[in-house]
Ligand binder design. Sequence first.
Ligand code: 2HA
Ligand code: ZN
Length: 272
Amino acid sequence: MKDFKKSRFVSEVSDITMNMYHQGWDERNGGNISYLIDEEDIRKYFRKDKYIKDIELGFTADPICRNKYYLVTGTGKYFKNIKKDPLTNLGLIKIDSNGHTAHLLWGYIGGGKMTSEFPAHLMSHAERLKVNPKNRVIMHTHPTYTICMGACLPTDEILFTRTLWKTNTEAVVVFPEGVGVLPCMICGTEEIGRATAEKMKSHRLVTWTNHGIYGAGESIDEAFGLIETVEKTAIIYMLTLDHAVNVIPDEVIIGLAKLWNLKMMPGIIEEK
Ligand code: 2HA
Ligand code: ZN
């Protein structure tokens, strides 16, 4: 049997969390990632399931998430420490068939458990899987300029998306379905989890005002790429705030969407 610590899953999460830490997005224990792993991949590392302990979820997992395996960052753990000690800072769990319990197969040594944002993660996995059965990753982080931009604009996802699209020509191409926006809410709760998952039905990106952002994707690269494109655009917007004389014309945004055959979020740009 191969050692799960040396798997591509652990190395992908270790590398991206170090990268995100160096972007300055994940101070202290900020940020969390969950990565759905297919059973055929699990079997390369674990002949059969052997559980270290059971962890109560505190909410009911959607049936689509049950009997599935997730690699999840630990609560209170720091992104900067994952690469040097993945076994303490990450855990591999299987959601039980009753939807109330996580079985720990690997990691969380020293008594850890899943991120406090696990309700938002698992509920988002459920909604993204229903839209795209290939979705594997939910990523949450605190990108500085994205938070600044959310603080400067009303909590309106039409306005937020339009502002991003009109700032950077990459924006409409990378997220034509737009960005979901939630107001400032109490994090770590089932309520914010449900609100995030509701937005995930139609968006791969959801911002939490005054807090951060969620990205979803088929891979770590897709989820990270979405978030870094929002953050890059927010940097441009915040640095040019009240100074910009050139913003992207509506015709260019429509032209980009046509060129790349993209379905744009409705209501953002009026087609003339
Ligand atoms: O886990 O980012 O939202 C730390 C956080 C909470
Ligand atoms: Zn957070």
